[in-house]
Design a protein around this ligand. Structure first.
Ligand SMILES: Cc1cc2nc3c(=O)[nH]c(=O)nc-3n(C[C@H](O)[C@H](O)[C@H](O)COP(=O)(O)O)c2cc1C
Length: 195
């Protein structure tokens, strides 16, 4: 009986500690409506870049830099569209989890994003090297404390680009000389957090 009581006390302590840690990490972020974010995807993604992150929690996740993507509206939902080549380690985590996150940073994190976009989580702890801190998000994914905006995205559709369907076939020779066609992921933006 004493062992059971002790177990319950320790479990309770651990759960409270984890919740407090997540609250601390989240406290700077405010949940906002997607309708209230007034951004140009060309600047936010194309110019400033972002991190695509997926995983169960901070003990098992991977992240990579991306500068190609879209924000829009499809199937009566706000959506984010991202493109991931087959050789990326991050793809395994995106494929194995229903939720992924998009983290956006101010320009002082350019070097961190360059590290995450040139090194693979397969062979380095690039997140530590980049000096950014992962946290568990409310919907059950992973994002970064230093981001100024985080989107939690729920996968709706995934399919590799099909070379037969390119109308401008110059794209194939220019972007895909190794036939490593991106998989396109269309995901519902379920939550947006901003500082
Ligand atoms: C600015 C920039 C943008 C990138 N955009 C993409 C992208 O949209 N899709 C993609 O598959 N790779 C993109 N990459 C490459 C990946 O970030 C890079 O290969 C990374 O090292 C993959 O890491 P991983 O193997 O740990 O997943 C980009 C890299 C940089 C530097």
């Amino acid at each position: 009986m004493r062992k059971v009581t002790l177990f319950i006390v320790i479990a309770g302590f651990l759960i409270t500690a984890c919740t407090k840690k997540q609250e601390k990490e989240m406290k700077e972020f405010q949940k906002v409506s997607i309708e209230d974010i007034n951004v140009s995807a060309a600047k936010l993604i194309g110019k400033d870049w972002m991190l695509i992150t997926a995983g169960k929690d901070t003990a098992s996740f991977n992240t990579m830099t991306a500068s190609w993507g879209c924000l829009g509206y499809l199937w009566e939902k706000p959506v984010a569209i991202v493109y991931i080549r087959p050789q990326r380690y991050t793809k395994e985590f995106v494929d194995n989890n229903n939720i992924f996150t998009l983290s956006f940073f101010d320009t002082t994190y350019r070097n961190a994003l360059t590290i995450c976009g040139t090194k693979s989580g397969r062979d380095t702890d690039k997140v530590a090297e980049a000096g950014i801190t992962p946290y568990n998000t409310p919907a059950g994914s992973v994002a970064f404390e230093q981001a100024n905006m985080v989107m939690e995205c729920k996968k709706l559709y995934a399919m590799p680009f099909n070379p037969e369907f390119f109308i401008d076939t110059n794209i194939i020779s220019h972007i895909y000389p190794d036939n490593d066609f991106h998989t396109i992921y269309i995901a519902e933006i379920i939550n947006v957090y901003r500082k």
